[in-house]
Design a protein around this ligand. Sequence first.
Ligand SMILES: Nc1nc2c(ncn2[C@@H]2O[C@H](COP(=O)(O)OP(=O)(O)OP(=O)(O)O)[C@@H](O)[C@H]2O)c(=O)[nH]1
Ligand SMILES: [Mg+2]
Length: 273
Amino acid sequence: MLDFLSAHFHRRARRVNFTGGLLPESRTPRIACIVLPTYNEAQNLPRLLPLIFEQACKIPTHELHVLVVDDNSPDGTAAYVRSAMGLYPRLHLLTRERKGLGAAYKSGIAHAIESLHPELIVQMDADFQHDPALLPEMIRLANEGYDLIIGSRFVAGTDIPGLSWQRKMISLGGTQLVWLFGGIPHITDCTSGFRCIRAALIPQCNFGVHSTRGYSFQSWFLCELLRHGARYIEIPIEFPLRVYGSSKLSSRDKWEFLISLLALPFRSRKNPS
Ligand SMILES: Nc1nc2c(ncn2[C@@H]2O[C@H](COP(=O)(O)OP(=O)(O)OP(=O)(O)O)[C@@H](O)[C@H]2O)c(=O)[nH]1
Ligand SMILES: [Mg+2]
């Protein structure tokens, strides 16, 4: 799915070499693009987008962009985004048929890289469970050299008040299964959806399996980034309960997550061509 990005990055590399070096800093702004998947988030976005764009002045090193990836939400989320684009020139929209969270991320990340050439991609939920006030810190850590900054719900000292024990079990147990099947270091929150990623690593990742359409994308993506040597750090986050709208986590997602775990040890070691 993201295979074409590899060719895109090579094209860009050639272009840089041909001009004999990088263009002056002023002509190549460093971009951080938040990819924000939405399904029926029309109640949340009008409150969330101002809070995100307020953070821009605290991020001196990067231009902050937001790409909303909306799967034709029946509640008019995309119509709201179109109207807000007049107010926020760095707000972008990609609409598509509903195919699940992972599929939305794959299209959204590919689109962001192709159209904006960001240095950093941020994954974030649109329902206030991820606090925009953490964005400057994430980007500061990326500037320090980290390739992957993970907002963790389970770093020592963090709690998730109000989250059902079943959900905690799924997240904590799921994380341990990802350690086991993915053969990765003991990251405390492998299914977190709040992460800042160095975009240059993404085209090397393999997503060529059906089983990352839904939420299983998060753990699969993490394993792929680590396989390609991402230097990572976890930061504690709070994860309040949703106030507006409803959860989209379905039983199909839970099954798909389990199946994708079994596939993790057998995933192709080849990089996309
Ligand atoms: N484009 C798109 N976005 C989705 C889809 N499913 C979920 N999302 C978005 O992905 C983000 C996370 O989904 P949530 O339903 O909040 O998942 P969650 O945070 O694990 O569940 P809760 O804790 O119950 O909120 C939200 O911004 C959703 O709107 C989908 O199929 N397509
Ligand atoms: Mg949520």
